[in-house]
Design a protein around this ligand. Structure first.
Ligand code: SF4
Ligand code: SF4
Length: 423
C-alpha cells in the first residue's frame, strides 16, 4: 500500500490503533478472497480498492474537498444520493462492518445494540476510519430505534442531518418522503453552497440509474446455471459500490458483467456442477463482513443472490428520468426509494414477495435468513419470512450472528447440514 500516514495524521486519526486494523484486514482478505480459484479478471479492480481501502478513495474525497467540494456520509439505502451529487457533493457509505470497531461503540451504546450500529459509532469515536473523519456531514434516518439514538450521540461529534423516514407505505407516506427529500435538498444546498436544479438533478438521477443498471447486470449473470462469479466476489463489488465514484462504479461493474456474460457463453463456472444455490436474505453486510458468504462457499454451497441492502435492495428499481419539475423529481425519487422493503416498515409483505420472486429468478435450492444479533426488526420479521418459505416448500435456515468469529464453526456445522439436506 502507498504511504498515506501523513493524510491519516492530518485527519486526526488514532494512528497506533489504526495500524492494528491495517495489519488484520489484508490477512482476512487474503484468506477469504485470494484463496478462491478461477476468479473473473474484472475482480482485480476490487482487490486493488480493498488493498488501498483507507488510502485511494479517501485521497479522492480530500482532493474534492480541497476544490471546495463537500462529502456526505450516509448509512442507509433510503438516503437519495442523487440530491447530493446534483449539488456537486459526494455521497459515501459509512456503515461499519468490522468487529474491530465494535468495542468503541460499546463505550457509549448498550451492548445489546446491533453490531452494525456499534461498529459505525466506534469507527467515528475511535478515529480509526478515514471515511468517518472526512465526511463533512452525516446523514442519518429514522429507520430503527438503535440508529435513531446513535445519531443523537454522533451529533455531539459531527454535523448530522436526520431524515424522517415514514414506516408505512400509504400514499401520504410517499408524499411525506418526497417532502423529506425536498427538506434534505435545502440542507445539501446550504452545505455545498450550490443550487439543485431540474437539470443537475436529472443528470444525477441518470448517473445513479446507470450505476444501478450496471450492478443489476452482474446480478443477472448469477441467474444462470453456470455460476460465473462467486457470491463473495459479487458481495465485494456491491460493498465497494457504496463509496466508489458512481461513474467509475458503473464502468467497472459493466466491464465485470461483460466478462461474466462471456463466461456463461463459454460454460465457465466457479463452482462444480450440482453446487447448491443459496439466496441470502436479511440484514446488510458492510465491508469487511464476508463471514456467511465465506462459510457457505467453503461448505459446498454457492451464494447466487442477496436480498439485502448490500444486494438487490441497493439497485433494483430505477428513478423515472422524465420529470421536468423539481416537485416531480422529488416524487419520482420518493416512489423509487419507497419500493425498498426494509423490515422497519409495516406491513412489509412486499419483502416476502421479493424473496419468493428472487428464489425463482435465481433458481435457488434454499434460502438462508441472516440476522445481525440484536436487530429486532429483521429477527421478528424472520418468523413470517421463514414460515412462508416453508409453506412454499423452499428449504430455509434462519441464523443470527455478529461480527466475531466465535460462532464460525457452529455456523459451519449448521450450514453444512442444511446443504446436505438438499441433496
Ligand atoms: S436494513 Fe433498513 S435501515 Fe438498514 S440500511 Fe437497509 S434499509 Fe436502511
Ligand atoms: S441491522 Fe437492524 S438494528 Fe442494525 S442498523 Fe439495520 S435495521 Fe437497525
Amino acid at each position: 500500500m502507498a504511504d498515506y500516514r501523513k493524510m491519516w495524521e492530518d485527519l486526526g486519526m488514532d494512528l497506533e490503533n489504526h495500524d492494528a486494523l491495517c495489519e488484520v484486514l489484508p490477512v482476512a482478505f487474503g484468506d477469504v478472497y485470494l484463496s478462491q480459484e478461477n476468479r473473473p479478471e474484472g475482480m482485480a479492480f476490487y482487490d486493488f480498492v480493498i488493498s488501498e481501502i483507507h488510502g485511494v478513495r479517501p485521497s479522492e474525497l480530500i482532493a474534492h474537498q480541497e476544490q471546495g467540494g463537500k462529502v456526505f456520509g450516509t448509512f442507509c439505502v433510503y438516503v437519495p444520493d442523487e440530491i447530493i451529487f446534483a449539488a456537486g457533493g459526494i455521497a459515501t457509505g459509512l456503515c461499519g462492518g468490522s468487529q474491530f470497531w465494535v468495542p468503541g461503540g460499546e463505550k457509549v451504546l448498550p451492548k445489546g445494540t446491533c453490531p452494525l450500529i456499534k461498529a459505525s459509532v466506534g469507527a467515528r469515536l475511535d478515529r480509526t476510519c478515514p471515511f468517518f473523519r472526512i465526511a463533512d456531514i452525516y446523514v442519518g434516518e429514522t429507520t430503527c430505534d438503535g440508529k435513531k439514538k446513535a445519531w443523537e450521540i454522533l451529533a455531539d461529534d459531527v454535523p448530522m442531518h436526520v431524515m424522517d423516514l415514514p414506516q408505512m407505505k400509504r400514499e401520504k407516506d410517499h408524499a411525506k418522503w418526497a417532502e423529506e427529500i425536498e427538506a434534505f435538498k435545502e440542507v445539501v444546498e446550504k452545505t455545498t453552497g450550490n443550487t439543485v436544479t431540474v437539470e443537475n438533478l436529472n443528470d444525477a438521477i441518470v448517473m445513479i440509474n446507470n450505476k444501478r443498471k450496471a450492478l443489476a447486470r452482474v446480478y443477472d449473470a448469477r441467474k444462470n446455471d453456470i455460476i460465473p462469479i462467486s457470491g463473495k466476489d459479487a458481495l465485494l463489488m456491491t460493498q465497494i459500490a457504496f463509496y466508489d465514484d458512481p461513474v467509475r462504479c458503473a464502468e467497472m461493474a459493466n466491464a465485470l458483467a461483460d466478462e461474466l456474460e462471456e463466461r456463461v457463453k463459454n460454460g465457465i463456472s466457479v463452482f462444480p456442477e450440482g453446487t447448491k444455490r443459496i439466496l441470502l436474505t436479511g440484514t446488510p453486510m458492510s465491508v469487511p463482513n464476508w463471514k456467511i458468504h465465506h462459510i457457505v462457499e467453503t461448505s459446498g454451497g454457492a451464494v447466487v443472490c442477496e436480498e439485502m441492502c448490500t444486494g438487490t435492495r441497493y439497485f433494483e428499481h430505477l428513478v423515472d428520468e422524465n420529470q421536468t419539475t423539481l416537485e416531480g423529481q422529488y416524487k419520482a425519487l420518493s416512489d423509487r426509494y419507497m419500493k425498498n422493503n426494509c423490515a422497519c416498515f409495516t406491513p412489509n409483505t412486499n419483502r416476502i414477495d421479493d424473496i419468493l420472486r428472487l428464489a425463482e429468478e435465481y433458481n435457488v435450492d434454499g434460502v438462508i435468513d441472516v440476522n445481525l444479533k440484536f436487530c429486532t426488526l429483521y429477527d421478528t420479521e424472520g418468523y413470517s419470512v421463514e414460515k412462508t418459505l416453508r409453506e412454499k416448500g423452499i428449504p430455509v435456515l434462519g441464523i443470527e450472528t455478529d461480527y466475531t468469529d466465535t460462532d464460525a464453526e457452529q455456523l459451519r456445522t449448521r450450514i453444512e447440514a442444511f446443504l446436505e439436506l438438499m441433496n
